[in-house]
Design a protein around this ligand. Structure first.
Ligand SMILES: Nc1ncnc2c1ncn2[C@@H]1O[C@H](COP(=O)(O)OP(=O)(O)OP(=O)(O)O)[C@@H](O)[C@H]1O
Length: 249
C-alpha cells in the first residue's frame, strides 16, 4: 500500500467533559481526495485544527511526510508543505488578487518582511504568484480587488495563495460553503484536477461535491470515526445511513 503523506494516530482532544476528538486515526494518500463528513459538532474543525497546529491534542500524534509534527507550530507545518484553506476567508478584501497571492509567495520566501514596492518589483515572486493564479484560472483577474470577486473566485484565490507554498497536501475546511449550485459545480471540477498536484483532506457538508470528488470518505460522529470507505461503501453502510446520511442517501 502507498505510504500516506498525512496521518493522525489516536488523536484525542477534550474540552472539559466533552471529548471533541476521541482517538481519531485517519490518513491521506498521494493522489487522493479523502473527505471527512459528519453532523454539526462531530469534531471536524477540531480535527483540522490538530492537523494544522492550531489545536493541541491531549493524546495522539500527527505525521506529515514521515515526520512527527505534533509539537510543531502552524508555520513549521506550512513550511513543510501543508496547505490549508479556511471556512472563513482569510483574504485581504481591499487588496488585489495579485497582491493577495504575493502575500502568500512572500511568506514562503526567505525574507518575508519587505516593503510592497520591492515586493512588486521582485520578478521571481511575481512569477510565482502569477503561476499560481494561472493554475486556478484567475490570471485575467490579477488586478481585480478581492472584494469585487465572486464567492467562488475567492475560494479559487485561497487555493492560489496556498499553492504559492508549493503544498504537498491540502487540508480544506468547507470550501463549498456559501457557493450556489453553479459555483459548487465549478469548484468541484477545479478540485478534481488538483488532487494530482497535492492530495486533499476535504471537510465538506455539500454531499454532491463529496460524492463526486472523494476517493474515500470518513464519517465522524461525536468525535469518533464511525466508518472509512469508498463512496459506495459509505452510502451502503447502515450505521452511517442512520447516523448521518438519512434514508434517501
Ligand atoms: N475551543 C472550544 N472550547 C470548548 N468546546 C469546543 C471548542 N471547540 C470545539 N468545541 C466543541 O467540540 C465539539 C466539536 O466541535 P467542532 O467545531 O470540531 O465540530 P464540527 O464537526 O467542526 O462542527 P461544524 O460542522 O458545526 O463546524 C462541539 O461540541 C464544540 O462545541
Amino acid at each position: 500500500m502507498t505510504e500516506p503523506i498525512l496521518e493522525t494516530r489516536g488523536l484525542t482532544k477534550r474540552f472539559g467533559a466533552l471529548v471533541a476528538s476521541d482517538g481519531v486515526s485517519i490518513d491521506l494518500r498521494p493522489g487522493e481526495i479523502h473527505a471527512v463528513i459528519g453532523p454539526n459538532g462531530a469534531g471536524k474543525s477540531t480535527l483540522i485544527g490538530q492537523i494544522c497546529g492550531t489545536v493541541i491534542p491531549d493524546e495522539g500524534s500527527v505525521h506529515f511526510q514521515g515526520h512527527d509534527v505534533t509539537d510543531e507550530t502552524v508555520a513549521a507545518r506550512a513550511g513543510r508543505g501543508l496547505g490549508r484553506t479556511f471556512q472563513v476567508s482569510a483574504l485581504a478584501m481591499e487588496d488585489t488578487v495579485l497582491q493577495n497571492t504575493l502575500l502568500g509567495a512572500l511568506s514562503a520566501s526567505s525574507s518575508p518582511w519587505r516593503l510592497w514596492r520591492s515586493v512588486l518589483n521582485d520578478r521571481d515572486l511575481v512569477a510565482r504568484a502569477d503561476a499560481a493564479l494561472g493554475r486556478v484560472g484567475l490570471s485575467d483577474r490579477r488586478a481585480t480587488r478581492c472584494a469585487d470577486l465572486s464567492h467562488g473566485q475567492r475560494r479559487q484565490l485561497e487555493v492560489a495563495v496556498a499553492l504559492t507554498l508549493s503544498p504537498r497536501a491540502f487540508v480544506m475546511d468547507e470550501p463549498m460553503a456559501g457557493l450556489g449550485a453553479e459555483g459548487s459545480k465549478a469548484l468541484t471540477a477545479f478540485l478534481d484536477g488538483l488532487r494530482d498536484k497535492a492530495p486533499i483532506l476535504l471537510v465538506e457538508h455539500d454531499m454532491d461535491a463529496v460524492f463526486a470528488l472523494a476517493d474515500r470518505i470518513s464519517v465522524l460522529a461525536e468525535g469518533r470515526i464511525l466508518a472509512t470507505g469508498t463512496v459506495a461503501e459509505i452510502r451502503a453502510d447502515p450505521e452511517v445511513r442512520t447516523a448521518y446520511l438519512g434514508e434517501d442517501a
